[in-house]
Design a binder for this molecule. Sequence first.
Ligand SMILES: [Zn+2]
Length: 248
Amino acid sequence: MKLYQVDAIVLRSIECGKGDKLLLLFSRQLGRIKVIAHGVSKPSSRKRGFVQPFTYSRFLIRRGRELDSVSQCEGIAMFPFLRQSLAMISYASYLAELTLALTLEGERNRPLFQLILETMRLLEAGEAEILTRSFEIKAVSLVGYRPVLDICAGCGQDLASELFFSACGGGILCKACSLGDQQASPINRGVVGTLKALLNLPQERLHQLKVSPSFKRQIRTLLSKYLKYYLERDLKSASFIDEFIEDI
Ligand SMILES: [Zn+2]
């Protein structure tokens, strides 16, 4: 019998009949994995609480011919606040959906694991929008698409006063480089500074960052275009937050 142990966040849990659930996990040790948890939907299951979405649990997993299955599990951090309001569920769902979209099965990414864990933990204290924006720019950078913010992404020159942002251009562009880029739109230095802070400040220091509602709006639009360009699609939970959830 082959068993292995992972510490993982439950990104999604899908009912698949007979009380079983298919779990999409993001683990510290192995990156994203898919496992089946037998009988966990039954009220009598002791594992039930530890396989809910957004919990951080330790799993002992048995290798299977087609799918590996959960043999034992225990909670490390349950993050109950992430399941207590529609706003929190929406933000946590978005973090999970973005992580699923940015990663491949079996590809280990410890910094990204640490980032999602930190972000989920800090959501309890509020500042959900800033934490989420910072998660977006850090996560996309950790999978290899870091936007260029210090020099022109087109020609590599130092940045002058007139700046532009382009998702397909890879970040900030100078005026000359922006001319041939139909997606390039003007951006002010303050917004660029905030983007750099979101990228470079550790999550637990983001509360020090004061961002005006107008900057928040601009950054939300700009990062959403950037992610859409690299993911080649929209994320469902992102549009839900934009439409229904106020900044918290
Ligand atoms: Zn340039």
